[in-house]
Design a protein around this ligand. Structure first.
Ligand code: GDP
Ligand code: CA
Length: 323
């Protein structure tokens, strides 16, 4: 079994690549819920939904989130009111949030609803929220104002300087059922190319997670989300710098080195492989930018091969995603 620590878009593509090269039933995605928010009375879990839609082949390829071809009539109608409309929820996407919220009001846990939503979409990868308890990423901006994650990310388009980040509720959150067991039992733990600060950070803040990972550091492999000194999208590069690190593959290695044994870095960063190793992290250089499903499958083979995994008689030859 393979456990994968997941943020949103980068993780979704990585999981799609993985399920093309190994039995999807052997993959467990442990997903960040620090981005979760409540809007219009609905529980929104952006990273879980991005992964679900991507693995179902219905994610909007341009944005990476939401459903292809979705319409926004409900959002237009909401504009009449004093309601939050900067966080765009498509009409068909709303069905996911309505269902999730309704089930949680009936007493279902986020894990239970996640399993139901996964089943309804026919996912073969198993998705676990990192916790069923609320953990909410909050960022203190330069000037001391604190904002919720989506306000920073979507409303302010992350074009503001961050002084510090905290994960409200994490200290009392329990790992969701199956999370620690998966992290203990997995042949390899993969850290998807996700924002290390605000996508992987919240998962690590859930009590028990870091110590399990540290104890098995040699079989934890991460993919650098920083390529040639920059994030492919989003604020990962700036956040690393603002919080005292460096926006580079070695910077990522130093950020994760307490519990990551191997870092896969992009070919564009081959010249800094030595610096990654100097941080005490084994370094693998490979193409890491998942522009196509084939490239995602190739990266999955690299990552799992690093862990010495047997990719089966086909040698893990790429097959169509979702096949
Ligand atoms: P979210 O989608 O906003 O939740 O963000 P993620 O947690 O997925 O993080 C996005 C990060 O993943 C950014 O830092 C990107 O640079 C990185 N990323 C996204 N796609 C890829 C990819 O194909 N390859 C690599 N190496 N990094 C990626
Ligand atoms: Ca996210």
């Amino acid at each position: 079994m393979i456990a994968v620590l997941c943020g949103g878009v980068g993780a979704a593509r990585m999981l799609a690549g993985m399920q093309a090269v190994v039995d999807p039933g052997a993959i467990i995605g442990i997903v960040n819920t620090g981005d979760d928010t409540e809007l219009h009375g609905l529980h929104i879990s952006p990273d879980l939904d991005t992964i679900t839609y991507t693995l179902s082949g219905v994610a909007n390829p341009t944005t990476g989130w939401g459903l292809t071809g979705d319409t926004f009539r409900a959002m237009q109608a909401l504009e009449r009111f004093d309601a939050v409309t900067w966080f765009r929820l498509g009409d068909a996407d709303l069905a996911t949030h309505l269902y999730r919220t309704g089930r949680m009001r009936e007493g279902a846990t986020l894990s239970e609803v996640t399993a139901e939503i996964s089943r309804a979409w026919g996912l073969r990868v198993r998705l676990l929220p990192m916790s069923d308890d609320p953990v909410r990423t909050r960022l203190r901006l330069e000037g001391a104002q604190e904002v919720a994650f989506q306000e920073y990310f979507v409303k302010l388009r992350h074009s503001v300087v961050v002084d510090s980040v905290r994960f409200a509720g994490a200290e009392v959150a329990r790992p969701a059922p199956g999370v620690l067991a998966a992290l203990e039992a997995a042949e390899v733990v993969v850290v998807a190319p996700s924002n290390p600060v605000v996508s992987i950070g919240p998962i690590l803040a859930v009590p028990g997670v870091t110590s399990v990972l540290t104890a098995r550091r040699d079989s934890v492999v991460a993919v650098s989300p920083i390529v040639a000194g920059a994030a492919l999208r989003g604020p990962a590069d700036r956040l690393l710098v603002e919080l005292g690190g460096q926006a580079s593959a070695p910077g990522v290695a130093r950020f994760l080195s307490a519990w990551v044994g191997t870092l896969v870095i992009d070919e564009a960063d081959a010249d800094v492989a030595g610096e990654v190793e100097a941080a005490g992290v084994k370094c693998i250089v490979a193409p890491t930018v998942m522009r196509t499903p084939e490239m995602a499958a190739g990266l999955a083979r690299t990552v799992l091969g690093t862990a010495g995994m047997d990719l089966g008689p086909s040698g893990g030859a790429p097959v169509a995603p979702g096949a």
